[in-house]
Design a protein around this ligand. Sequence first.
Ligand SMILES: *Cc1c(COP(=O)(O)O)cnc(C)c1O
Length: 448
Amino acid sequence: MTELSQERRLVTSIPGPKSQELMARKVAAVPSGVGVTLPVFVTRAGGGVLEDVDGNSLIDFGSGIAVTSVGNSAEAVVRRATAQLADFTHTCFMVTPYEGYVEVAEQLNELTPGDHEKRTALFNSGAEAVENAVKIARAYTKRTAVVVFDHGYHGRTNLTMALTAKNMPYKEGFGPFAPEVYRVPLAYGYRWLTGAENCAEEAAAQAIDMITKQVGAENVAAIVIEPIAGEGGFIEPAKGFLPKIVEFAKANGIVFVADEIQTGFCRTGQWFACEDEGIVPDLITTAKGIAGGLPLAAVTGRAEIMDAAHVGGLGGTYGGNPVACAAALGAIETMKELDLNARARRIEEVMKGRLLAMQEKLADSATVNIGEVRGRGGMIAVELVEPGTKNPNAAATAALAKACHAAGLVVLTCGTYGNVLRFLPPLVIGEDLLNEGLDIIEGAFARV
Ligand SMILES: *Cc1c(COP(=O)(O)O)cnc(C)c1O
């Protein structure tokens, strides 16, 4: 097979004729509930590009939603997973165990914040990890209530739909939802009514007031929060908010769970986004970037909490599949070897520099303003508003994403108001491709 060349190359319109044919088959064979952002069918991918069935090569600013941080088919991932495939594919860790699972657990216990004694349990998906974190917190505290935040996203299973804030498309028509879930305000500085400078203090006070007055702190098993709200719009809670929530949890015997499924594994320029404010969670959930694209997820946390569930209470047929574990060890090896934390910080520097310049240039645009440029590392977004206001501009966001797609750049949207354009490039992307992607975004802004 020829080397995948790291360049954007368009030989048909996007999507091309072969992709359109496959899309017709998809429509006939797959339920429409499984949506598609950009209907190009991929044949190969690696570094910073995706190649499609029509021979186009697209720049990837999505990483399959923050999954292929080490790049697609990264060398160490392929090498280790291939060797494991040839040795054995499955035994079920709960029946006859294997070393790879334990090795991944050891790595996670070492890499996650805090030097206390830890344990790690492995699962298949992010939602499953969050469900298990709640199970473990309930078993440990013997309490039932779970507190989550505005703009939070935690998955699509029944419990995690209940934990997720946004109705459309995640929850609409899929209820009733799991009980004993309570939602409190998040410190969203850009939209805080009394201003960003008051946000951390006021939002924390409101959240704590709601927990103590409406739920009762003594009934709360867990507080679950993303250190940067991902699907909710790449919202970084105002500095000082997270430490206040952690302090409250600690004072009240509540298990503090950091959902780092999107932010973990070098994505934000640190192993975990919690480190930014020195936060040491009791439990941390991970998935997405963990295994270079193979399905794997984990709950890592304090030994005494993790060991609270009775023998046989945790697990699943495929949890910690040996091939996925081998891939995870390859992904972690790649992150260390290439220092992907440093790469992520460089991506932030390049992207924010150019996006802030675009924000200034668009300041007197008649169609769209960039309200805020935010995020950390390789997790950067722009929130788009109507000119001279903070009114969310979802129409411009959709149009911009479409223009980028047509030009051969994969970008995603997000946000409670659908007005956030988000960028999650593979952390191994070359700087020329990164800049070419930003050129496309700039061109799209100029035309919208
Ligand atoms: C993606 C995501 C999940 C759900 O993970 P799945 O693997 O899709 O089940 C949960 N929490 C956060 C923060 C996520 O970004």
